[in-house]
Design a protein around this ligand. Sequence first.
Ligand SMILES: NC(=O)c1ccc[n+]([C@@H]2O[C@H](COP(=O)([O-])OP(=O)(O)OC[C@H]3O[C@@H](n4cnc5c(N)ncnc54)[C@H](O)[C@@H]3O)[C@@H](O)[C@H]2O)c1
Length: 448
Amino acid sequence: MKVTVFGIGYVGLVQAAVLASVGHDVMCVDIDENKVENLKKGIIPIYEPGLTNLVTETYQNGMLKFTTNASEGVNHGQLQFIAVGTPPDEDGSADLKYVLAVASTIAEHMQTPKIIIDKSTVPVGTADKVSARIAEVLAARDSILTFDVVSNPEFLKEGAAVSDCMKPDRIVIGTDNEESREAMKQLYAPFNRNHDRIIYMDVRSAELTKYAANCMLATKISFMNEISNLAELLGADIEAVRHGIGSDSRIGYQFIYPGCGYGGSCFPKDVQALVKAAHGINYQPALLEAVESVNYRQKQKLFTNLNNHFNGNLKGKTIAVWGLSFKPQTDDMREASARVLMESLWDAGASVQAYDPEAMEECQRIYGSKADLSLMGTKESALKGADALVVCTEWSQFRAPDFDLIEQSLSTNVIVDGRNLYDPALMKKLGFSYYGIGRGDSVKTLTK
Ligand SMILES: NC(=O)c1ccc[n+]([C@@H]2O[C@H](COP(=O)([O-])OP(=O)(O)OC[C@H]3O[C@@H](n4cnc5c(N)ncnc54)[C@H](O)[C@@H]3O)[C@@H](O)[C@H]2O)c1
């Protein structure tokens, strides 16, 4: 099938390459000329396991194309995906300006009927807005071309995006239009062979499904973080509690890791956007508001632990930071806990020596050159002469480090472990002041 994808980001590029890999003829359109030129040269803008090979192969065999020419893009596909960003507006609601700009572009250039697919995460009612925008532009052109807007939210996880798109848990398709339904079924048939993964529903339910999924996952994280704070104050060990509750199949082990708060481009903005949407219809989403405020507090925790350890005197201290991305297997630093930590450290007059396996360039892009930020080539070099080590991201290479080397490299033996990678008993035995998350007697530092 001929497919056009607007927006070559984490979602659009992966989706486009995966569709091209099964034989669809896919053209990607982006307004970022640099990104498009680089992709044509084989330079992939993001780190995502398996993506480079997939993009290179499909580009070379001609099934994947890149352009900044909107007219060329619109006239390529019968199916037009909108996969542009929906960042938070100033008040936290989803900013639809990029989505609606693409809707206008499609309407300006279309010469044949189109199926427009909202892949971006968008509030309930957005398909109606996209339809209205397209109808408006077509009317201004005196055009009677037909179109339909489908909601097809994306559930991929950064860090496993290619495999998630290749083998999705479910494919949600929101439409009441029979022709669109058939086209979407045909498009996804190669990913639907093992068993039927397609769930059809109306457009508004599909839009809400995406927010409900992300808010549910964020709720699990904030719930565990809340319990971890109680565990600290009550002298319990959250890791024992985690095992204890995860063994209940109604709860399960997934997404109940305590930590230093959720980040990334989705959970924070999607929880906020649903809260805002609820306010807009005069509903107070008490649970979602709490999920967000627990997460905000949790993200301060690494700094609070350090600050308490050094009795509020972090000025002139150097802190080694392991992990900058919001989670492992990605270079994405949007809303990462490491950013909250580093910015608090800088405000307090401390310096940072940071290392991340993939996010160093992204960190450099965000913060530029700063005297109080040194991006180090290895996790070992980040330790040299530092006063403490903070683990922000659970990359596998941080899981079993050489503790002797850490001890020799740090000037004071302090480890703040935002992901509970290490055993508090071993840390104590090795002589470290160790601050995990919710590890009973090892810490008593609930953020005030
Ligand atoms: N990142 C994720 O893990 C993830 C997962 C599921 C859903 N989503 C949702 O998917 C959407 C896209 O997210 P992302 O992380 O891929 O965003 P992104 O910021 O990585 O990429 C967006 C791309 O859209 C391009 N763009 C903006 N305006 C454009 C226009 N008018 N025409 C063509 N291109 C344009 C930008 O240049 C950029 O390359 C968001 O709504 C997000 O919430 C993201």
